[in-house]
Design a protein around this ligand. Structure first.
Ligand SMILES: *[C@@H]1O[C@H](CO)[C@@H](O)[C@H](O)[C@H]1NC(C)=O
Ligand SMILES: *[C@@H]1O[C@H](CO)[C@@H](O)[C@H](O)[C@H]1NC(C)=O
Ligand SMILES: *[C@@H]1O[C@H](CO)[C@@H](O)[C@H](O)[C@H]1NC(C)=O
Ligand SMILES: *[C@@H]1O[C@H](CO)[C@@H](O)[C@H](O)[C@H]1NC(C)=O
Ligand SMILES: *[C@@H]1O[C@H](CO)[C@@H](O)[C@H](O)[C@H]1NC(C)=O
Ligand SMILES: *[C@@H]1O[C@H](CO)[C@@H](O)[C@H](O)[C@H]1NC(C)=O
Ligand SMILES: *[C@@H]1O[C@H](CO)[C@@H](O)[C@H](O)[C@H]1NC(C)=O
Ligand SMILES: *[C@@H]1O[C@H](CO)[C@@H](O)[C@H](O)[C@H]1NC(C)=O
Ligand SMILES: CC(=O)N[C@H]1CO[C@H](CO)[C@@H](O)[C@@H]1O
Length: 896
């Protein structure tokens, strides 16, 4: 088929660009494999570096443009676990992800590849390369028999994989956590993806995957922000393969060795490349309430009051775009959300140790009459993204109608953004927000392609949409009272409709549909064709900086929709506009596992109870409980959906109280996991296989997961069902409530029956010492005044360990810190640490699990503990020792 296609195409190729093969004609993988590839010449090896020229090895196949004649290969052993392989065009500058957006990782540059855990191997002619693990001699990545194709707007690299390979990552997606290996395409091109269907490109792009085998786990990261399709397929006779089809940039691979025994090692190595996650304020782990469709300030205040009346912890109240005047950013509707009344709400929240967050979109309304400061100041500073001719702003249509878009590459944009934040979110004169929610930053545009007349389209689509209710009386009572490296020449490229069409699901599929045009120009000359996938992440960075400049030294909470690799080092993210459907509750789990477990964006959650469509009582109850184990826990709703605050139904209210009680008791444990992630790159959530890498039954599980590394959550995720068949690997587990042990020898399923609509199966993995708060609270400020209790859950060998990190909860660089290590063996718990940050509370008690019989004696710091402070329950095998000791120093507690 390839030959026939090529022959048919040849006469046209000489005529030029337009008649190249269309993507529709090249579907046969064998066709691309018949391309000539390259020959490696002038290969130089110099210690940890290898360089070579790659010269086209035969007649060009010109599938989606003309094959480049000569390429440059550069291989660097950056440290023992990382090899950097870069293939570029030596003749002409090509686009590369700017350092300002993705700083390159620190490289030690190994003295000699001989100490490396993985090695680069190649065949000179035709050129192919492989990466193999030295200890096991396993090939991890190999382009053998799949020639590299390098054309101006089409790059292909294809690797062989083991049959039914365990591949995780390549997000953002809503597919299973372990990716399908049959006929599967993952497209990278940021888009506004309402209802986020499976199998399509979504808001963010993370071209990293981890591959897990029982012999080890490794990672492959392609640092490229251009549009791409990554195809995983198994074709009879040809085995399983993974193929990158990229429409620009360069081939810039980082191969991560991971480890043979600990899957989380590869996550730490990826964190070395993409950055470790930012820490977030302690309060941000509290419960958040939001909806699109709060009509006015009375409504917002009513929700706050009703949560309080229902006794459900509400930490943070949010407001969606409803607050804006004509949906313009940095404005308040004077009739519906007047400043003085909104300030009253914010003051009320702050007085009650609660917080407030508003949505900010990037698109600025095109209001060219001198009445709208954010537009006027942006025009004056000339900081908006430009149309292709570089002279006037690029126009799109978003919520407020026709809009312009801040250009994050413009050096003056940060000052502009800081200033808009300072003005609008001014604590003295504006709204004193505690965090930011940034949306629509793909960037999204409602303008259908071609967007030749955004004014007509805005009018036709009725933007901004009119209000549907009357404003309340003003005095209604509430509360009962960058920088670019080089110029890239795209003059010969078709950047609107490149010859290889990636499988973009937006609108017509055109790259520019529903977003900024690919030919829109940034201040540094880069165009959206190359940088599109970076827009949301750049807005995230600018917003973080603006928040830090408002409240210097404080960690901001910023929740974004669109992300690129590395975004987690600055912001958190929600999974976008989902629907109130059971399938979406299930999918949310693979979504958060990807973000928190692979891409290092741990401050993540899906909209609890669902955003679009109407929820039901049981869905909302189950989701409230699942959502209590999202690191970022927010109920958010669409404007046309029925209300779904937790207090609306008694069952949901009770489910929320129960799950929030568990969450809050675990809050210091998860806060510690965030600190560990920030300092070392160890993920905050773990799929089961991270802890049980040899147990193949765990590889595909994504409706159970570990919150931190030790709390196993096994939610009911189906409608009308009150049971769950949960998998327990071969290790002791302890029920979170009864603390009784289960151990399925060899691993196996347990059917939890009678899981009513206010409970969720949660267990503790043996081997951990958990620092729990004794009880939940209505706010995190109150929680921090609650005593701790330690739960000692031994592994099979009778040992356990754990840690606790505490600080003031808000400073980027806290002045005081407390770091405690817990170690348990031979029936003795040792607590050691530095207590720089005063906990101000006691350790109320220690509970030892799986204790065979009543102890003869219990000692605290070597002294015998009084009998009345000890309780032993033979049925659950729990030994409960009341201590009431100030938590300001180490201690020991033991029994015999
Ligand atoms: C490296 O590649 C060559 C050529 O394909 C092959 O013969 C050799 O076995 C490989 N070496 C290792 C250690 O895999
Ligand atoms: C592969 O998936 C595509 C898109 O879902 C579908 O149209 C096609 O029929 C599938 N092909 C095979 C061989 O399964
Ligand atoms: C997978 O391979 C089959 C058979 O060659 C092919 O029809 C299909 O298009 C391929 N799918 C993808 C996503 O590459
Ligand atoms: C709050 O609760 C009151 C009393 O049940 C109810 O009338 C009101 O609609 C609720 N308001 C909101 C915004 O939830
Ligand atoms: C530049 O392009 C924009 C959008 O296509 C157009 O409105 C504007 O008139 C052009 N400006 C010049 C100077 O050609
Ligand atoms: C949700 O329920 C409301 C009120 O019953 C109804 O008007 C609306 O059409 C429903 N929405 C959907 C998507 O079913
Ligand atoms: C759950 O039960 C309701 C009410 O009986 C029914 O309408 C719905 O179809 C059931 N859902 C499923 C998935 O069985
Ligand atoms: C739901 O189940 C939990 C745990 O088994 C139990 O404590 C609670 O009493 C049950 N609630 C109802 C309403 O049956
Ligand atoms: C439709 C969809 O899945 N959208 C988002 C909503 O939440 C899901 C699961 O709840 C996320 O994974 C999606 O990104």
């Amino acid at each position: 088929m390839f030959l026939r296609t090529l022959r048919a195409a040849l006469p046209y190729v000489v005529l030029g660009h337009l008649a190249l093969l269309s993507s529709a004609t090249v579907t046969d993988p064998a066709a691309l494999d018949a391309c000539p590839g390259y020959k490696a010449k002038n290969v130089f090896t110099f210690g940890p570096k290898l360089t070579a020229d790659l010269v086209l090895a035969g007649k060009a196949c010109n599938v989606f443009g003309n094959d480049l004649e000569k390429l440059k290969l550069e291989v660097t052993y950056e440290n023992k676990e990382r090899i950097h392989v870069k293939i570029t065009n030596p003749a002409d500058a090509r686009y590369e992800v700017p350092e300002a957006v993705f700083p390159r990782p620190h490289a030690d540059i190994l003295a000699s590849p001989h100490s490396a855990a993985i090695r680069f191997n190649y065949t000179a002619s035709p050129f192919s390369f492989s990466i193999y693990r030295v200890s096991t001699h396993e090939v991890l990545f190999s382009t053998a028999s799949h020639p590299i194709i390098f054309e101006p707007q089409y790059l292909r690299v294809k690797t062989n994989l083991p049959a039914e390979a365990n591949i995780y990552g390549l997000g953002e997606h809503t597919d299973s956590f372990r990716l399908p290996t049959h006929n599967y395409t993952r497209t990278m091109w940021s888009r506004d993806a309402y209802g986020v269907p499976q199998g399509s490109n979504l808001y963010g792009n993370h071209p990293i995957y981890y591959e897990h085998r029982t012999t080890g786990t490794h990672g492959v990261f392609l640092l490229n922000s251009n549009g791409m399709d990554i195809k995983i397929n198994d074709t009879e006779g040809l085995g399983t393969t993974l193929e990158y089809n990229v429409i620009g940039g360069v081939l810039d691979f980082y191969f991560l060795a991971g480890s043979e025994s600990d899957p989380t090692e590869v996550a730490r190595q990826y964190a070395d490349v993409a950055g470790t996650p930012a820490e977030v304020p302690y309060w941000s782990f509290g419960f958040h309430q939001c909806r699109f469709g709060y009509q006015n300030f009375v409504d917002v205040a009513g929700v706050i009051a009703n949560y309080s009346a229902a006794g459900i912890p509400l930490e943070t109240m949010w407001t969606d775009i409803d607050y804006m005047y004509k949906r313009r950013v940095f404005t308040l509707d004077p009739d519906y959300f007047p400043l003085d009344r909104m300030r009253e709400i914010v003051d009320y929240l702050h007085k009650h140790n609660q917080h407030f967050i508003l949505m900010t979109d990037p698109a600025v309304a095109y209001v060219n009459d001198g009445t709208y400061g954010p537009f006027d100041r942006g025009i004056k500073d000339d900081i908006f993204l430009k149309a292709a001719n570089g002279s006037s702003p690029f126009l799109g249509a978003v919520w407020p109608g026709v809009t312009v878009f801040p250009d994050w590459f413009n050096k003056k944009t940060q000052d502009y953004w800081n200033n808009e934040f300072k003005l609008f979110y001014n604590p003295e004169t504006g709204l004193d927000i505690d965090g930011v929610w940034i949306d629509m930053n793909e960037p999204a545009s409602f303008c259908n392609y071609p967007c030749t007349d955004p004014f007509a389209q805005a009018e036709e689509q009725i933007l901004p949409p009119p209000r549907t209710t009357l404003p309340p009386a003003h005095d209604s009572p509430i509360f009962g009272g960058s920088a670019l490296q080089k110029r890239v020449d795209h003059s010969h490229d078709d950047v609107q409709n490149p010859p290889y069409a990636i499988a973009n699901s937006a609108g017509t599929g055109a790259l520019s549909d529903k977003t900024a045009y690919t030919d829109a120009v940034h201040a540094n000359g880069l165009i959206e064709y190359d940088t599109h996938n970076l827009y949301g992440t750049m807005m995230s960075t600018a917003t973080r900086d603006a928040m830090v400049s408002r409240r210097p030294g404080e960690r901001p909470l910023i929740i974004t929709r669109s992300t690129f690799a590395g975004a987690g080092s600055r912001v958190g993210k929600w999974l976008g506009d989902n629907l109130s459907e059971w399938a979406q509750l299930r999918q949310s789990l693979s979504g958060i596992l990807g973000m928190a477990g692979v891409y290092h964006i741990p401050m993540v959650g899906a909209d609890i109870c669902g955003f679009g469509a109407n929820t039901t009582e049981t869905l909302c109850a189950r989701w409230a409980m699942v959502g209590a184990f999202y690191p970022f826990m927010r109920n958010h709703n669409g404007d046309t959906s029925i209300s779904q605050e937790f207090y609306r139904w008694p069952t949901v209210a009770q489910a929320a109280r129960n799950a929030l009680d568990i969450r809050y008791r675990l809050l210091d444990y998860i806060y510690t996991a965030f600190h560990t992630a920030h300092t070392s790159g160890t993920p905050v959530l773990h799929p089961l296989w991270y802890q049980f890498p040899k147990d193949a039954n765990t590889f595909a599980i994504d409706t159970q997961f570990l919150f931190g590394d030790s709390i196993l959550v096994s939610p009911v995720v189906e409608e009308n069902v009150t049971s769950v068949r949960a998998y327990y690997p071969d290790a002791p587990f302890y029920d979170f409530h009864t603390l009784a042990k289960t151990h399925v020898e060899g691993g196996g399923f347990i059917e939890h029956t009678d899981v009513n609509f206010t409970s969720i199966p949660v267990s503790i993995r043996g081997g951990v010492v958990l620092p729990l708060r004794e009880k939940g609270a209505l706010t995190t400020a109150e929680l921090r005044k609650t005593d701790f209790e330690l739960v000692v859950a031994p592994a099979v060998d009778g040992t356990a360990s754990g840690s606790l990190y505490l600080d003031d909860g808000i400073s980027i660089t806290p002045k005081t810190q407390t770091n405690v290590a817990f170690a348990y063996k031979k029936q003795k718990l040792t607590v050691k640490g530095t207590f720089g940050h005063a906990t101000g509370v006691d350790v109320a008690r220690v509970r030892f699990l799986d204790v065979a019989s009543a102890p003869k004696s219990v000692k605290f710091n070597g002294k015998t503990v009084a009998k009345n402070a000890i309780a032993f329950d033979a049925a659950s095998r729990v030994l409960d020792v009341a201590l009431k000791t100030p938590f300001n120093s180490g201690f020991t507690a033991e029994f015999s």
